[in-house]
Design a protein around this ligand. Structure first.
Ligand SMILES: [Zn+2]
Length: 483
């Protein structure tokens, strides 16, 4: 009996085990049916998002679905983390960790912080001024650029200079660009305008004479002539002796340039010297021309009504026809030499050939041959010794016999020797003060002489000297003949 009982107990246990096994098997077979309700997590909105620099980021969150049913996220256990820094452009991540039913679900979103704001470009003028003449091509243009992220980026501004406008552009580090355009105005660059007087800086006018305005030239900073923009002021009263100023002015927004001409209206002084000096005679003589300064000299002589003696040559052919004007204006034209070459001293014949040829030219322009002459180098020259012994003596005697008169000088301005204008003037003034009859040697081919001749004439006139021209009857001034 006991065994049967035991057997029944065993059966129950086995049965129970079978039932449990069947249940377990059934569970495992049924379970997949339940598991078909899958869990899904989704991000709300796009997986990639962008926000503007310095703006606030709000994440759109996520959803969880179990099968087709959405789970309220309020009831879920999740963690969200992000590294977003809205003040620095770049790409950041937002991560979600969602815990559900002992599982962890991950979600990731990429958020880009973008600088979309272009820099602010400020130009401090409405027109760009371009100083055309400046070699640097510099412009009067002032600007600044500031960016919300990069800060001050004025040094990044690009300036494009067109023909009629200037384009400024600047980009920030994110590539946002701002462009602005302003008109371009080309300015005259007149930093070194120069006024140059036409004619002399000091002009002498005899009392009652006429002042002729010769004007001036203006060269602006660009090298352009703008003489018509000079304003000339000042009065010259030629009826009243004195010193006058004529002013030449050029003015613009940047500068004022002035130049002054001195005009001296003079009268012959009735001082004590005059009686004494009025007996003193000055023969001005000019050798070696006509040349490039002869015309200017003739103008000065005409203005002061001074007559002189020209010992002419044929050296500067372009100017030779001025002999006609010399003669027409009352000057004496005398022979110096056709060639002014020392070889003429080879013989009396070679000298005479040169002399006669020159005298033909004199006759051509004045209507008659001259009876006056001056030896090249003067009668005292020693250069002729190189060519023929005693030739100057022979020529002098031959010429005198034939009715010609030669003149040397007793006042040497030393202009042929290269004296400065100041030296020439003092040589001449000292010379005429030292004697009663002065034959002054000058050369109308010397610039330094022409520069001071007017001052000399005014001095001589103011001090009562009398100008005369040479003639056969004039007191001859001869050097000692050395050959
Ligand atoms: Zn000479």
């Amino acid at each position: 009996m006991r065994n049967i009982l035991n057997n029944n107990k065993m059966m129950a246990i086995i049965f129970t085990l079978i039932v449990i096994s069947v249940l377990l098997l059934a569970y495992f077979f049924i379970k997949p049916e339940v598991k078909e309700k899958e869990i899904h997590v989704f991000l709300n909105g796009n997986e990639h998002q962008a926000i503007s620099l310095l703006s606030e980021y709000v994440d759109d969150g996520f959803k969880m679905k179990i099968g087709k049913e959405e789970v309220d996220t309020m009831n879920l256990d999740y963690k969200m983390s992000s590294t977003i820094d809205p003040s620095v452009p770049g790409k950041y991540e937002v991560n979600y960790e969602i815990m559900y039913d002992n599982q962890i679900y991950h979600l990731k979103r990429v958020v880009e912080v973008k600088d979309e704001e272009a820099p602010v470009l400020t130009i401090e003028q409405e027109v760009a001024e371009k100083y055309f003449c400046k070699k640097t091509n510099k412009m009067n243009l002032s600007y600044r650029a500031e960016d919300n992220y990069d800060g001050i980026i004025t040094d990044k501004v690009k300036v494009e200079v067109g023909e009629k406008n200037v384009i400024l552009s600047v980009s920030d580090s994110s590539g946002n660009e701002t462009r602005k355009e302003i008109p371009l105005k080309e300015m005259d660059d007149q930093k070194v305008a120069i006024i140059e007087l036409k004619g002399k800086e000091t002009v002498y006018i005899p009392l009652g004479g006429t002042y002729e305005e010769e004007g001036a030239t203006l060269i602006d900073g660009c090298g352009d002539e703008k003489s018509e923009e000079i304003t000339i002021t000042g009065n010259v009263d030629t009826q009243t002796p004195g010193e006058y100023e004529v002013n030449y002015q050029y003015k613009d927004d940047n500068q004022k340039v002035t130049k002054t001409r001195k005009v001296i209206v003079y009268e012959i002084k009735k001082n004590e010297n005059i009686q004494e000096n009025s007996k003193k005679i000055v023969y001005l003589t000019f050798d070696d021309g006509p040349g490039q300064y002869t015309e200017e000299l003739l103008n000065i002589l005409k203005k002061h009504d001074v007559k002189v003696t020209f010992f002419v040559t044929n050296q500067f052919k372009k100017y030779v026809p001025l002999i006609k004007r010399e003669s027409e204006e009352g000057h004496v034209v005398a022979v110096h030499s056709l060639t002014h070459n020392w070889k003429i001293y080879q013989s009396v014949e070679t000298y005479m050939k040169d002399f006669n040829d020159m005298n033909e030219i004199v006759a051509k322009y004045t209507g008659e041959k001259s009876k006056l002459f001056r030896f090249p180098g003067g009668s005292s020259n020693t250069i002729s010794r190189k060519y023929a012994k005693g030739v100057v003596s022979s020529i002098a005697s031959h010429m005198t016999k034939n009715g010609y008169t030669y003149f040397d000088w007793n006042v040497d301005s030393e202009d042929a020797a290269g004296a400065s204008s100041k030296q020439i003037l003092s040589n001449a003034i000292n010379g005429i003060n030292s004697r009663d009859v002065s034959v002054v040697l000058m050369h109308d081919i010397k610039k330094n002489t022409i520069a001071v001749i007017e001052e000399f004439i005014v001095y001589a006139k103011e001090n009562g000297f009398t100008f005369k021209t040479l003639s056969p009857s004039a007191q001859t001034v001869h050097h000692h003949i050395n050959n």
